[in-house]
Write a protein that binds this ligand. Structure first.
Ligand code: FE2
Length: 196
């Protein structure tokens, strides 16, 4: 690809202010500022991951709270839905304390980042889907990361308590700090961005 897809431009435009919400910690907003600054420049190394996974089938249900009625998050839900045919998907296969079926019941959609719709190594912008009642394993990674939650869901950082930042709320994961997430009665959907 030599130009940014219009669908990617639109998604970036809608996602950027969501990461600047007061409902995110300041450090999360700062990470996002750096990520979206880099995203001003189009960059694509052409790598594509075409595999699909069972949890991709949860996308529609996860988006439903914002596609079946008009909410503050309907624009981002529609932008994700429109990009679906162009996304790449991946899964985490290891980590501590994940629910027994977490591998089959979660998936990550990559928009901008390695193998994604716009494949690049300097940032990651994507989202995670989990089926109901899934506990994603504890994990950590050197790049820092910001999340915006689009459904109900809970996060845990280091050995702290589980907490639900609320729809539109988010978290910041400091470099290499352990974190995890889990869904409740409904599917989980959260946007994230990482500064690589
Ligand atoms: Fe993470």
């Amino acid at each position: 690809m030599s130009n940014r897809l219009e669908l990617v431009s639109r998604l970036i435009q809608i996602a950027e202010p969501l990461f600047q919400s007061e409902r995110l910690p300041q450090a999360g907003r700062w990470v996002a500022t750096q990520v979206f600054r880099r995203l001003e420049a189009f960059s694509d190394d052409g790598t594509r991951h075409h595999a699909r996974y069972p949890a991709c089938d949860w996308l529609e249900t996860a988006l439903a709270p914002h596609t079946e009625r008009q909410t503050e998050f309907s624009p981002i839900a529609e932008a994700i839905r429109a990009l679906e045919p162009h996304l790449s998907w991946s899964r985490r296969m290891s980590g501590r304390d994940g629910s027994v079926d977490y591998v089959e019941k979660h998936v990550h959609g990559m928009i901008c980042g390695p193998g994604g719709t716009e494949s690049r190594l300097d940032v990651q912008l994507g989202f995670s889907i989990m089926a109901p009642h899934v506990r994603y394993p504890d994990h950590s990674h050197p790049p820092e990361e910001a999340y915006v939650l689009l459904t109900s869901g809970q996060f845990r950082q280091l050995d702290g308590d589980w907490f639900d930042p609320g729809i539109g709320g988010g978290i910041h994961n400091a470099p290499s700090n352990q974190h995890a997430m889990k869904s409740g009665e409904l599917p989980f959907l959260a946007l994230w961005c990482l500064l690589m």
